[in-house]
Design a protein around this ligand. Structure first.
Ligand code: GAR
Length: 192
């Protein structure tokens, strides 16, 4: 039997996407979530990882950008792909070089709109509502060295009503993420 494709999930916050991806692949023999890595010490994603029975590890800024500990850990866990699921830092160059075209991100807007530094999570939905947009959505893309710029793999849209608050938009986006992100990961890693 072939060895399973191993995913490392990187997150910074609540971890709903990390949980959905982990549950989607649970019980599969061809793909497995090898670890969940997070960079905010008290992030709820760590609790979710524990509940899921998936090894998780906190790393600080120096571990990412200076001493190579994150890359060492990814290699130790034999991660084949990196999935950014609400991860809010730029991926260090050494990790990009070690995983060329093998890092996937989800962004909660229709890139190239509402992307770039500082555009994450709720800030995106606030900007969308403030601009009076009639639609928003998700973009799943390959990661390169710029924020939110790599090749787009998939987009899905939702309506934004004039009465929608940023929380309302966030709820619609989370539904799209749940529906599409695990599946797009599955298709991408199997066709590479
Ligand atoms: C998600 O909506 C994701 O699209 C977004 O952060 C949220 C994380 O939620 N990512 C970005 O804004 C990246 N620029 P989660 O921690 O519950 O998965």
């Amino acid at each position: 039997m072939n060895t399973p494709i191993r995913l490392a999930i990187l997150g910074s916050g609540n971890g709903t996407n990390a949980q959905q991806i982990s549950e989607y692949f649970a019980g599969r023999t061809d793909v497995e979530v090898a670890c969940i890595i997070y960079n905010i010490r008290d992030a709820y994603i760590a609790v979710r990882a524990q509940n899921l029975g998936i090894e998780s590890h906190y790393f600080n800024r120096a571990d990412f950008y200076e001493n190579g500990r994150v890359l060492d850990y990814l290699r130790e866990k034999k991660a084949d792909w990196i999935i950014l699921a609400g991860f809010l830092w730029l991926v260090p160059e050494a990790i990009l070089e070690a995983y060329p075209n093998r890092i996937i991100n989800i962004h909660p807007a229709l890139l190239p709109k509402y992307g770039g530094k500082g555009m994450y999570g709720h800030h995106v939905h606030e900007a969308v509502v403030a601009a009076g947009e009639h639609e928003s959505g998700i973009t799943i893309h390959i990661v390169d060295k710029h924020y939110d710029k790599g090749i787009t793999l998939f987009q899905a849209r939702c309506q934004v009503l004039p009465t929608d608050t940023p929380d309302d938009v966030a709820a619609k986006i989370h539904l799209l993420e749940k529906e599409h992100f695990p599946r797009v990961i599955d298709e991408t890693i199997k066709h590479s």
